[in-house]
Ligand binder design. Sequence first.
Ligand SMILES: [Ca+2]
Length: 108
Amino acid sequence: MGVIIYRDANYEGPSHELAFGVYDFNYLSNLAIGDNTVSSVRVPEHYKVELYDGHDFTGEKLVLTADTPWLGDFNFNDRTSSIKVLDGRTDVARGHMERIVGRYFGNG
Ligand SMILES: [Ca+2]
């Protein structure tokens, strides 16, 4: 099983499962769940998910290493525009946010 993203809080609404890999704006835009809609995320043990506000892994980033029923707790509801699903067997804090330095195509 992989990571599952959901359009609504508490793992409700349209959803999509993501294996290890990187998923850019174009990928998300073609899903039923769409761009700027993710509200909750299931994260299996040993997975790490990086949600990016911008296209192509830019803008603010939220890192998740555990199930998160409401991204609004991290000021990240309806913002995700690209996603990385990584091996999480590193020491990463839960739900911390970073700002990527460099190019930023902030799309709101
Ligand atoms: Ca966004």
